[in-house]
Design a protein around this ligand. Structure first.
Ligand SMILES: [Cu+2]
Length: 393
């Protein structure tokens, strides 16, 4: 298209064209670097389109009966240039519980809709729990009674709700919490089964709400807690479906067709491409034990979760009570979660991926940066002569 700026992801490079002429190339290689800078480097500012269009869809008013809320309101095609918006902040993590007896716990959660950067030059209007994707990591104990209060921000465009996979009861709370903008709902449940569970919005079209970022993890600790580790991390994968072509810049709306066809534009950890890299990378010291609570919000893809350069000493598959040992890659279903643990023995940058590696090119990578003394007995590489400087796998 003459004069139109197009960005294409190819072979780890983001390549920009105007009218068939390459005007810029941005390497993604610092995913494998020493941790400096964002995973996907700064892209040139997008050219302004001729006619600015409204930045977000004018949403239909929520139906009076939230459970029957209409499916995805058709959004206007991709249009206005991305403003220089920040990424969503990283989600809150819940510390291990330091108690040994069940209690009554209050969880207050707010749903809100926020426009933020999904990848350099691309913004998106997320639907969130507490303003982050994933929503906050929650933590309770087996035997706890949990009083959930859900509020939906006044300026939300649609109803929202919450379904905890940790709940025993109809809809996991979804029916009790269909909440109109400005509204407030609540329900109470008892945590019967320990594990790590997805929670998500369950307002129709449910897959649309999930595709906009409405998911998170709740850990139900067994009485007495999980074994102590030095570092805990919280990572959730999600697939995003945007109108327009791959590499289009600007503000992009949800594509119901791509979501139904399961053709995501972005597959990311914690809400945006490169969210957990550079400054926001996971960090540990040589000799420490690491635990990652890893979930898949979906809505569609399963994840072949792998850490490049590490072996999971223990995996609690799908959050199960008994761990497997010595695992390279663990399958995590959509709407599922796992706990992996390992000790880091060698300094360097380790990359968390979904080993369906086409998704790496769609943003699916996070960094674990391990600092500390070299450990040549376990790993040593002689100085390179003529080797490719970068590479990962
Ligand atoms: Cu929702």
């Amino acid at each position: 298209v003459p004069g139109k700026l197009v960005g294409v992801l190819m072979a780890g490079m983001l390549i920009f064209f105007v009218g068939g002429t390459v005007i810029g190339v941005t390497p993604l290689r610092n995913l494998f670097g020493a941790g400096a800078g964002p995973a996907i480097a700064v892209a040139p500012a997008p050219a302004a389109p001729a006619a600015p269009a409204p930045p977000t869809a004018a949403p239909a008013k929520p139906a009076a009966q939230p459970a029957a809320a209409q499916p995805a309101a058709p959004a206007p095609p991709t249009a206005a240039p991305a403003k220089n918006l920040p990424r969503l902040p990283q989600p809150q993590m819940a510390a291990p519980l330091n108690r040994t007896a069940p209690a009554t716990v209050k969880l207050e959660i707010e749903t809100k809709e926020i426009t933020a950067t999904m990848a350099d030059g691309v913004t998106y209007t997320y639907w969130t729990f507490n303003g982050t994707v994933p929503g906050p990591m929650l933590r309770v104990m087996q035997g706890d009674t949990i009083e959930v209060t859900l509020t939906n921000a006044k300026d939300s465009t649609v109803a929202h709700s919450i379904d905890f996979h940790s709940v025993t009861g109809p809809g996991g709370g979804a029916k009790a919490t269909q909440t109109m903008p400005g509204g407030r709902t609540s329900f109470t449940w008892k945590a019967l089964n320990p594990g790590v569970y997805i929670y998500h919005c369950a307002t129709p079209m449910v897959a649309h709400h999930i595709a906009n970022g409405m998911y998170g993890l709740i850990v139900v600790e067994p009485v007495g807690g999980l074994p102590k580790v030095d570092r805990e991390f919280y990572v959730v994968q999600g697939d995003f479906y945007l109108q327009g072509k791959r590499g289009d810049l600007g503000h992009r709306s949800f594509s119901v067709d791509k979501m139904l066809d399961e053709r995501p534009d972005f597959v990311v950890f914690n809400g945006s491409a490169g969210a957990l890299t550079g400054e926001n990378a996971l960090k540990a010291r040589v000799g420490e034990t690491v635990r990652i609570y890893f979930g898949v919000g979906g809505p569609n893809l399963t994840s072949s979760f792998h850490v490049i350069g590490e072996i999971f000493d223990r995996v609690y598959p799908e959050g199960a009570g008994q761990p497997l040992t010595n695992v390279q890659t663990t399958l995590v279903p959509a709407g599922g979660a796992t706990i992996v643990e390992f000790t880091v023995e060698v300094p360097g940058t380790y990359v968390l991926v979904d080993h369906s590696l086409g998704r790496l090119e769609k943003g699916g990578a996070a960094q674990l940066i391990v600092e500390g003394p070299e450990n040549p007995e376990i790993f040593k590489a002689p100085p390179a002569t003529g080797a490719v400087a970068q590479g990962g796998h």
